[in-house]
Design a protein around this ligand. Sequence first.
Ligand SMILES: Cc1cc2nc3c(=O)[nH]c(=O)nc-3n(C[C@H](O)[C@H](O)[C@H](O)COP(=O)(O)O)c2cc1C
Length: 355
Amino acid sequence: MTDLLFSPFAIKHLTLRNRLGVAPMTRMSSVADSIPRQDVLDFLVRRAENGAAIVYTEAIVTDYESAQGYPGQARLTTQRQIDAWARVTDGIRKAGAVSVMQMFHCGRMAWPEINPAGRAIAPSAVTPQQLNPLTGQPYPVPDVISRFDIEHVIHGFGETARGAVAAGFDGIEIHGAHGYLISQFLSAYSNRREDDYGGSAERRCRFALEVIRAVRSVVPADRLLLFRISNWGVADMEVSLFADAAEWQEVIGRLVHEPLDALSVSTYDYRTPAFGTTLTMAALTRQMTALPLLICGQISDRASAEEALTDADIALSSKSILLNPEWVADVRAGKSLPVRRAEEANIAYTTEPLP
Ligand SMILES: Cc1cc2nc3c(=O)[nH]c(=O)nc-3n(C[C@H](O)[C@H](O)[C@H](O)COP(=O)(O)O)c2cc1C
């Protein structure tokens, strides 16, 4: 019998050596120059050396205006930033893995004090209901994003993608998940606009499609373009960002019409049936596209990783691979491995170098 988990997988011209990867993880470690601490960069290379087939960066901020949502986030536009990340992509390539830069704009999930522009922008002037867990304060009421802002934001995605290409990343991912700016446009929970960018699912997709097209125009054909999407956001986590399976599938259908090379679906738990159906998020997505699919959410051991591949091609881990440098080898060996709790992952934000 073939060992699917440890069989190669081709995406475009690239071959992943197995089906396991490191999910994007924000570390908030950049103290100067928007460049992460060296141990945070080394952590990614070590995961590649230890067998991961695909390694994501943290969410990189797309401009010096209002994109930043957390302290110590990284950017990728200056030569110093490009040089720092080029050493990471070299290390990942030498270890036989594929590197992907993820980029985001936080939108209404802003913390104006740490944001160079001191402002928050979003599709509509609506805040999440919960407090910002890092400040204990309400999120600020965002400015309704203007045409001028939209152009600036899209330009930032394009320039950050150019930085990633210069730094040697194999892939570039647009973060359209977790309730950040692009996700805010996609969901009627945060998008109350009555213009071309709001209302129907088609109009709520417009901003995402503009970002995808702008980024693709600066990403050469020999690099992957990926898009991450979810039905949950990091604030008001219990809210379903899409109304039902039909709306989810309509949005997926519109995205996969665009020049994307893969789609990444982020869930709390890959096994959970979605939208009151009997199908998982991955299965509902698979019905709409033959594009390579990455899936994430409580994949902790060999059995869960294999099961997650029923309706997806690549299994990403965040907390398990964060806390265990030997995770890929342990999965391969079929070791009994715990499902990691969210609190355990807080170590990601300390100054303690992780193994
Ligand atoms: C410390 C930490 C940082 C994260 N940062 C990001 C991020 O920058 N971008 C993103 O798309 N998801 C981020 N996530 C979410 C993970 O990529 C993943 O979707 C989620 O943790 C579920 O996977 P898991 O059950 O394997 O942990 C983060 C998760 C953790 C634990």
